[in-house]
Design a binder for this molecule. Structure first.
Ligand SMILES: Cc1cc2nc3c(=O)[nH]c(=O)nc-3n(C[C@H](O)[C@H](O)[C@H](O)COP(=O)(O)OP(=O)(O)OC[C@H]3O[C@@H](n4cnc5c(N)ncnc54)[C@H](O)[C@@H]3O)c2cc1C
Length: 435
């Protein structure tokens, strides 16, 4: 890839955003000989993945875990020969029952029955996860939020609360908006096995960080890239498109791929405007509005997983690394407004729910919800989104294409979905340019 300051030529394709979707598309299209330019608002590649140095080591501020049940990211990992490592297996779990702290080998064995009830008939509802709209019952299940589905089940109050907390963690937001069909889509992708789903979402990671995969893709791309360039407008012009920032442009191109997270899609003015359905999808947004934090705790902890009651500022956290006799843990909360990952005192107060003597030496994280380039963490559909908007969001409008984890068919919301979408859209752009 080549960094350019003032691109003057006309490009075949301009890609807005250098996350996994944009980087994948740039490699595919530039390698096929199309003149490709990426315009990226931040001063780095990676988007919602960001391997940064904190506490004297590499820590992932955003996307982290990957799995061989995710075919697109796994193909990339194999292609570049990257090493995978496992997060430590928890030796002990902590959770609450009616306000009382409990400890045991694993919380999930207690929840097996609830998981089975929750996903009942998932094979019937979503037999083909890459084509969820084909199912005759998809409309009925897509209406339901996760909370509505939980309310349908006859769960005792303790299990209900633990399960609600679980889905607050998975959707990184409220179960009242999180769509049940999104949960079933992930189940279906994980062969209808909730254990495999959990393993997929939070066990294996790239030994040298997500940046190792991004850098491999970048080395393979011959696209131009311009950083710190926030696109504000995309206009159809003579023989193609003109792309503008607030104070620069036009950058000229035949086709445009826009990879913005759905919560910030409205920040680009399109002329002609995007379809009404796309605009509606963008204005409704998605569920996640949560946070991820890292904390360094004094002393050695045995690998643990800790779960809070539903509605807590931290849904769950677990041990991740040993650091010179201290412990580094990672965790998630459903609402970034409730807890600032950099507020050590507040983080310590929360962690003391499980460990009353915990001494938090440092805490850190990135507020993705306050970040102008994301305003969300990972995409988690709201109810009705799949049936109302998915097909339309994937439909190009002449030379304008949306791409990203938020518009993926399979593992939407994940790194895998971003790569899947980058590959699929590249193919569509190729056909458009060939025509
Ligand atoms: C805290 C957190 C934890 C996560 N954990 C996991 C995980 O463990 N496993 C997993 O698979 N996924 C995880 N994800 C999700 C995963 O990181 C994302 O789904 C994926 O990286 C999205 O890639 P993308 O290319 O679709 O979008 P992005 O990475 O968001 O890329 C879009 C790019 O567009 C740029 N941009 C935005 N607006 C403009 C503009 N106006 N002009 C120019 N550029 C602009 C952005 O800066 C960004 O670089 C997590 C995400 C977060 C935030």
């Amino acid at each position: 890839m080549r960094i350019v300051e003032t691109p003057t030529e006309t490009y075949d394709v301009i890609i807005v955003g250098a996350g996994f979707a944009g980087m994948t598309a740039s490699r595919e299209l530039s390698n096929r000989g199309w003149k490709t330019l990426i315009l990226e608002g931040r001063d780095r590649i990676g988007g919602r993945t960001w391997t940064d140095k904190r506490f004297g080591r590499d820590l992932e501020m955003g996307g982290t875990w990957v799995h061989w049940s995710q075919p697109h990211v796994w193909a990339e990992i194999m292609r570049y020969g990257l090493e995978i490592t496992s997060s430590p297996r928890a030796k002990v779990a902590y959770w609450f029952e009616g306000g009382e702290l409990k400890k045991g080998p694993s919380l999930y064995t207690n929840l097996d029955e609830a998981f089975q009830m929750f996903i009942q008939d998932s094979r019937e509802h979503i037999p083909l996860p890459y084509d969820p709209l084909q199912s005759p019952t998809i409309k009925d299940i897509d209406k339901l939020s996760i909370k509505e589905r939980l309310d349908e089940l006859d769960l005792d109050p303790v299990t209900y609360d633990l399960f609600k907390n679980f889905w607050e963690a998975v959707s990184n937001g409220s179960t009242e908006t999180a769509g049940y069909s999104m949960a079933l889509r992930w189940y279906s992708l994980a062969m209808h096995d909730w254990r495999l789903m959990l393993e997929t979402l939070a066990t294996y990671k790239l030994a040298k960080g997500t940046k190792a995969l991004l850098e491999s893709i970048a080395r393979d791309s011959t696209a131009d890239i311009r950083f710190s360039t926030t696109v504000a407008r995309v206009e159809k012009g003579e023989g193609g498109y003109e792309v503008y920032t607030k104070d620069a442009g036009p950058f000229k191109t035949k086709a445009v791929i826009v990879t913005l997270p759905i919560n910030v899609l409205h920040k680009i003015a399109f002329a002609p405007a995007l379809s009404k359905q796309k605009q509606l999808a963008a204005s409704e947004g998605q569920t996640s509005r949560g946070m991820k934090f890292w904390a360094k705790l004094r002393g050695k902890y045995e690998p643990f997983a800790a779960y809070a009651p539903a509605g807590s500022a931290i849904s769950n956290c677990h041990y991740e690394y040993e650091a010179n006799g201290d412990s580094i843990i990672v965790g998630f909360g459903p609402d970034a407004a409730m807890l600032d990952p950099n507020d050590l005192v507040a983080i310590q107060k929360e962690i003391r729910r499980w460990f009353p003597n915990a001494d938090v030496l440092a805490s850190t994280g990135h507020n993705w919800v306050a970040d102008e380039f994301s305003e969300q963490t990972w995409f988690f559909e709201k109810s009705n989104h799949q049936t109302r908007y998915l097909a339309e969001l994937q439909r190009p409008e002449e030379g304008v294409f949306l791409s990203g984890a938020d518009y993926a068919s399979g593992w939407a919301g994940m790194i895998d979905g971003a790569i899947e979408s980058g590959l699929a859209v590249s193919q569509k752009v190729q056909q458009y340019l060939d025509f």
